[in-house]
Design a protein around this ligand. Structure first.
Ligand code: ZN
Length: 505
């Protein structure tokens, strides 16, 4: 046998493409060629594979070795091909039986000493392999728990090439550790840690129930960040398929170690306001990596001091907010990542941050204040249903003992979402934040008394048409939380109370 063929998967975004690795070993001057648009990492595979084979008590064929990755036109990247290429070389040089490789999907990077190193993107790679009919997979030990999320696959993990060869030759598997179970949450954060803030917590509960984006305005130190960090704890936990989807995105980005693989807690991403567009929406050199937007998929994206963001940064969020996904195009590649998140923006009330702070003097002019807040552009603000004022709790609020816990808040949010889901059964959306203006005017109108109040405000120009729609959406979430069938005057009033006026809105 001088020709061997094995299957590999090349990832573009979350999508895996089947790659045929063909190795031919023929007589001729010793050489090695790798064909089929490999990137730099893949090109360096030769040295890794050669050393790994020699260090695993096998021989490097001192003949003409040709490795072809097909289809040839598709650019390929990464180090996951090391193991399958090494095995194909050993099969093509008759050092192992090619038949033993059949029906098994291999992936992993090789170190010079033959050890198997973990790779990024194991989950999406294995999902693609599974769709091609592969049911048995061999992965590096460190990727075992991640691969094990796909319960219907037979996963075998090894720590070096020698172990893989021993398994192939003897059929004896090594004992893998037990798989971990999905955990409800992997955080010690709880809303109960934050004293006071009754009003802000209620607003966040509404946001969680209706999937509303939020702008929090408050002085530095008023508790915006503490509240934001705890927001995921009041969102419904991810189910298994959602947790796998989220883990897959983090796997490609290489951030899985920052997150418990099997956490049902929605992700929380807090990019600094000095972040860049590639870091926020995705990109990077080499293969396209997801950005904070996609890492926050099914969770929360929090941007503190939002008006300080460089121009263009906040506007880059419009595509994912509108479509729930982000498409990145770079020279030869286009990758799409899901990006459906709840956006939490925080801003100081004025550039110096002291405005309206208790007993603190602010010297910002009204023009400066207006300029500062207007840096969050109108089109983005249109997608922010809730604008709330966050104030430092008073002494009496701080000394009041009992505070509501995340579990209690989350229970109410889950109930409210169930009510909304039933109401929207005939529609292709589930959340109040997704009700279109048309549907707000027709099918999902508030009760007459509520509508009358809003029309009065519209007539006196105390509310804009957009504010009108936002208020009704929020009122629906308040009604769902209160178990009220249709929002009326009371819910509309409550929604209006939560609102912070922003000049020009
Ligand atoms: Zn100021």
């Amino acid at each position: 046998m001088s020709l061997a063929r094995v299957l590999a998967i090349n990832l573009i975004g979350l999508k895996g493409e089947a790659i045929d690795i063909e190795v031919d070993v023929s007589n001729g001057l010793p050489s090695y060629s790798l064909l089929g648009l490999p990137d730099a990492t893949l090109n360096e595979s030769r040295e890794r594979i050669r050393a790994a084979i020699l260090n695993s008590a096998k021989n490097w064929p001192n003949r003409k070795v040709t490795v072809s990755l097909a289809p040839a036109w598709l650019p390929k990247s990464g180090s996951a091909f090391d193991l399958p290429i090494a095995l194909a070389i050993l099969a093509a040089s008759a050092q192992i039986d090619l038949k033993k490789l059949e029906g098994i999907f291999f992936l992993g990077e090789l170190a010079l000493d033959g050890s198997l190193k973990p790779i990024r993107g194991v989950l999406p790679t294995l999902i693609a392999a599974r769709s091609l009919g592969m049911a048995r997979v061999v992965v590096p030990s460190e990727n075992f728990q991640e691969a094990g999320l796909l319960r219907d696959l037979e996963v075998m993990a090894f720590s070096n090439l020698g172990e893989v060869l021993h398994y192939l030759e003897s059929g004896l598997r090594i004992e893998n550790p037990p798989l971990i179970e999905i955990v409800d949450s992997a955080t010690s954060l709880d809303m109960a840690d934050v004293s006071g803030h009754v009003e802000s917590k209620f607003a966040l509960e509404i946001a969680a129930a209706g999937g509303h984006n939020v702008l929090m305005i408050g002085a530095p130190g008023s508790g915006k960040t503490m509240l934001a960090e705890r927001f995921p704890t009041i969102l419904p936990p991810l189910d298994e398929s959602e947790a796998i989807e989220v883990a897959g995105i983090h796997s490609i980005a290489g951030t899985l170690n920052q997150r418990n693989i099997l956490s049902a807690l929605p992700p929380f991403l807090a990019p600094h306001h000095a972040t860049t567009i590639p870091a926020l929406i995705g990109g990077g050199s080499g293969s396209i990596r997801p950005g904070a937007c996609s890492l926050a998929h099914r969770g929360v994206l929090f941007i503190d001091e939002a008006p300080e963001c460089a121009s263009g940064i906040l506007d880059a969020l419009r595509q994912p907010i509108e479509s729930g996904k982000i498409t990145i195009t770079r020279s030869a590649q286009t990758a799409t990542f899901p990006a459906r998140f709840i956006l939490l923006l925080a801003a100081n009330p004025c550039p110096c941050g002291k405005f309206a702070g208790r007993g603190r003097a602010c010297e910002c002019s009204s023009l400066q204040i207006r300029r500062y807040l207007s840096k969050i552009s109108g089109p983005l603000l249109d997608r922010v249903d809730l604008r709330i004022k966050v104030e430092s709790p008073t002494r009496s609020e701080l000394t009041q003992g009992i505070t509501i816990t995340s579990v209690q808040m989350r229970e109410r949010v889950i109930q409210a979402r169930l009510i909304a889901e039933t109401r929207f059964a005939e529609h292709d959306f589930k959340l109040n934040s997704e009700i279109s203006p048309n549907l707000l005017r027709e099918k999902f109108r508030p009760r007459k008394d509520g509508l009358a109040l809003l029309h009065k405000l519209l007539d006196s120009e105390s509310i804009t048409a957009r504010g009108f729609h936002r208020t009704i959406r929020v009122a629906w979430s308040i009604a769902d939380l209160g178990g009220i069938a249709t929002p009326g005057k009371e819910e509309i009033e409550r929604a209006l109370e939560l609102r912070v006026g922003i000049k020009g809105e």
